[in-house]
Structures are given as structure tokens and as C-alpha cells.
Design a protein around this ligand. Structure first.
Ligand SMILES: C[S@@+](CC[C@H](N)C(=O)[O-])C[C@H]1O[C@@H](n2cnc3c(N)ncnc32)[C@H](O)[C@@H]1O
Length: 194
């Protein structure tokens, strides 16, 4: 089931945001240890309230974030208030075009699993187009092992088909297991755009 902007906005207004940790994911600091100096321009689609944005902005990254729920955008803009080099755009990611070229990295956290699976192929194309060649996708694949959603189960075999090796190089190391506040696990993997 596709979730409309109004439904997400209503969740923010009602405080039904079980996915929100109230702070940056612990995976971020682990990943930042491996980030390369050439990764400066970072995109965060479906950014929510923007806890990770604030953490990245503090470290000097140039962030562009987007979300279509006005309450999430307002909170994310507040989180970035002291970082004018970063922007949060209120936009539907399926209609948004990057105006200033491509990104070095994308942080994907509970956006893919929030989209209906019949939207995933188009989302993968967008992620690919938003990244420069050799840019990296820092992906957290939600594991629910349940039917339906959101959040939708992002089975690794299905992710391998969605992000095929002709377009994406998968890390050799096993994924990081990240505890999610909805009592679930996310699998953290870094994919490099070919
Ligand atoms: C489960 S929440 C995750 C938010 C954030 N990434 C986090 O981990 O806290 C999914 C977010 O994606 C946004 N979203 C869903 N579909 C979207 C779309 N088509 N365009 C832009 N944002 C979208 C929702 O408004 C919501 O803020």
C-alpha cells in the first residue's frame, strides 16, 4: 500500500513515530570511521526529523535532505538551524530533481522500507542517478520477516536483485546488524554505484 504524504504528516502530528530513535543511529559513527575524504556531498531521502543530518552537519558534511511531510521538514530544518551550508527540501522524492549535480554519498535509513515494493525499482533508479560514479549508498535494510508494511521487509536476496551487481558493488564484509527502536533489526551495507 502506498502511503500518501497526508498519512505520514498525520503520523508526525499525532506523535505516532515509532521509527524515530530521538537521536542519530549508532551505525552512523561506525560508518563515519570508514568514510573517505572525497565524500562531502551527502543526500538523505525521507530524512524524517533529521537526527542524522545534524550529526553529519556538525562534522562538516554538505547535506541535502528531503521529505514530503511538512512536520518532519520543519523539525529537520530546526535541527540544521546552525548549519546554513545544509538544506532540507520539502518534496516528493519521486518528483524531486537534484539541481546541483550528483552526490558523493546517500544515507538510506527507513525510506526504502517505507515505500511500497512496487515503487522500489523506480527508487533504485533515482538513487543510482543521484549518485556520482563510485559514489556510495549507505543502506540500512529493514528486517521485519513479516507480510505487508510499512515497514516492508527488505530481504537480502530481494535487495541483491533490486541493486544488481551490474550497477552496484556490494561490500565484501558481512552486514552490520543494527537494532531498530521498533524492535527490529536493520542490516547495514555499503553499496558502491558503478
Ligand atoms: C519511516 S520514516 C523514516 C524517517 C527517517 N529516515 C528516520 O529514520 O527517522 C519514512 C519517511 O519517509 C518520508 N517519505 C515517504 N515517502 C516519501 C516520498 N515519496 N517522498 C518524500 N518523503 C517520503 C515520510 O514522510 C517519513 O518521514
Amino acid at each position: 500500500m502506498k502511503m500518501a504524504k497526508a498519512v505520514w504528516e498525520e503520523r508526525y502530528q499525532a506523535g505516532r513515530t515509532g521509527w524515530d530513535r530521538g537521536g542519530a543511529s549508532p551505525v552512523l559513527s561506525k560508518w563515519l570511521r570508514h568514510a573517505s575524504d572525497s565524500e562531502r556531498r551527502v543526500l538523505i531521502p525521507g530524512c524524517g526529523r533529521g537526527h542524522e543530518l545534524a550529526e553529519l552537519a556538525r562534522r562538516g558534511y554538505e547535506i541535502t535532505a528531503l521529505d514530503f511531510a511538512p512536520s518532519a521538514v520543519a523539525a529537520a530544518r530546526e535541527a540544521l538551524a546552525e548549519h546554513p551550508h545544509c538544506v532540507v527540501q520539502e518534496a516528493d522524492l519521486f518528483h524531486w530533481e537534484a539541481r546541483e549535480g550528483t552526490f558523493d554519498a546517500i544515507y538510506e535509513q527507513t525510506c526504502l522500507c517505507a515505500l511500497a515494493p512496487d515503487q522500489w525499482r523506480e527508487y533504485e533508479h533515482r538513487l543510482f542517478d543521484w549518485l556520482r560514479p563510485e559514489g556510495r549508498l549507505y543502506a540500512l535494510f529493514m528486517q521485519t520477516h513479516a507480510e505487508g508494511g510499512p515497514p516492508y521487509h527488505c530481504a537480502i536476496e530481494q535487495m541483491r536483485r533490486l541493486f544488481p551487481s551490474a550497477r552496484w558493488r556490494w561490500q565484501q564484509e558481512p552486514p552490520l546488524e543494527v537494532h531498530h527502536p521498533m524492535d527490529k533489526v536493520e542490516l547495514g551495507l555499503i553499496l558502491t554505484r558503478c
